[in-house]
Design a protein around this ligand. Sequence first.
Ligand code: ZN
Length: 548
Amino acid sequence: MRRCLPVLGLAFVTALRAQEPLDEAANTFFLEQGLQHSQVMDHLSWMCDVYGPRLTGSPNLRRAQAWATKTFSDFGLQHARTEAWGPFGRGWRLDRVVVEVIGDNPWPVIAYPKAWSPSLPGRIEAEVVHAAALDADTLKAMDLSGKIVFTDPIREISEPFDATAKRFDAEDLLTKADQRTSAGQGRDRRAGAAARENDFRMGAPRREAMQRILAEKSPLALVDRGSKGDYGTVFVQGANAVRPADLPQGERGPSARTAGARVIPQFTIAVEHYNRIARILAKGLPVKLALELQTTYFDDDANDYNVVADLPGGDPALRDQIVMLGGHFDSWHTGTGATDNGAGSAVAMEAVRLIAAYCQKNGVAPRRTIRVALWSGEEQGLLGSRAYVEQQFGKHSALKPEHALLSGYYNLDNGTGKVRGVYLQGNEAVAPIFRQWLRPFHEHGATTLTLDNTGGTDHLAFDGLGLPGFQFIQDPVSYDPKTHHSNMDVWDHAVAADLQQAATVMASFVWHTAQRDELLPRKPMPAPRGERGPAFGGQAPGGLGRGR
Ligand SMILES: [Zn+2]
């Protein structure tokens, strides 16, 4: 017994010595300033109330990018700039929309055009045809040129007896911590998608068949009701361009933002309003709608931009190495892009403000250079972040020297919820480091590491090239049921205390990554996923899907 004591002692000391150092002074500053003197909600108000929505290619995003560049400079960051990528395609803005039922019982309809829909020539008044209630032969026989076509079947809605806003409880976090791969998530997502698919009672094949018929018949407008949302909350994304009839099967058609693409004006309306009109039509009674839609395309600049700014490193041995943080700055167009992704952008902005303030107060600089990035084009396929990674670090077949100089990238893009931990993207070696860095934030709810991947956002651009890229685990709050891509994605639904906590945790992770002796450990280089050609116009290649 006595003989093993020194051995245990030694093991304890080595474990202690091996333990990742914590910068108590920095954490104390971040906690105090980040939770008591936060500016995160003010950043968010400028991004949303003044410059929202921020659709990629739109004048709003340009103005927001100029404001963010100046704001980073005001914090004391260097080389604040916008970096071009592209071509992305045409910019677009919604100027005016009116949809109303007319006749002897007129009423206004909650409605939004899908992004990149063209204007309508003045006020049009036309009958509604519920195509989803018809079979293909009947539809083929119809003249739809002067009609407004409803493309979805009725969607039953149920009352929200369960609370809409959610936080992960201990059991949820335990389940996450035990997950080693994204199998679990896929299952949830697949179940959700299958459930939503069923309510179409049509399935993709019949839906595509109907779309092809409709494209040939050139109706005045297409109207649907989205696969979720109620009580006036409408989820709306981009319009589809008409697929040229002569395009070979399997070849990707033009996107609606491609100059010259044929786009039928497309609307999503509140499900309750959609269902009412469909029920009236099912009674054999006609319904007439009046539509007014004014939109503007912007062809002056087919590129878009990422906003980037640096806090230069001060350690001669490490300052050429960088630590990055960020999130996407672009949003969809019916809300003001508050929880998606003004939240992540404001948190990244606040995190670098906290770090810069700490450096100014103590007359120090981080050892490695810290770089913040606000991406664009995320909603169309992680386009901005992927362009940046390729321009900065190269591609699988031609890595650049800079690829060896990035320690890690931290992303926030899962809504307004506070940080509960980190998705490790399968990087086991980084777990003990992050476990130590989370300790000071356990009492603030950040406790959990999972080996699991999480998808659909900009850390994937880094992860895909073997660079450590991480998205934080965040409480869901009302992201999926209420704000994610909806007309109610506005400042009022961002939770201040959650974003203050998130900025504080992010500042600490970035600071400790900049200060530690070594770069963060990496996973083995993943296999390439079909690298794109020079042009960035197209969608993201297979496997990376659309943004979230
Ligand atoms: Zn997003």
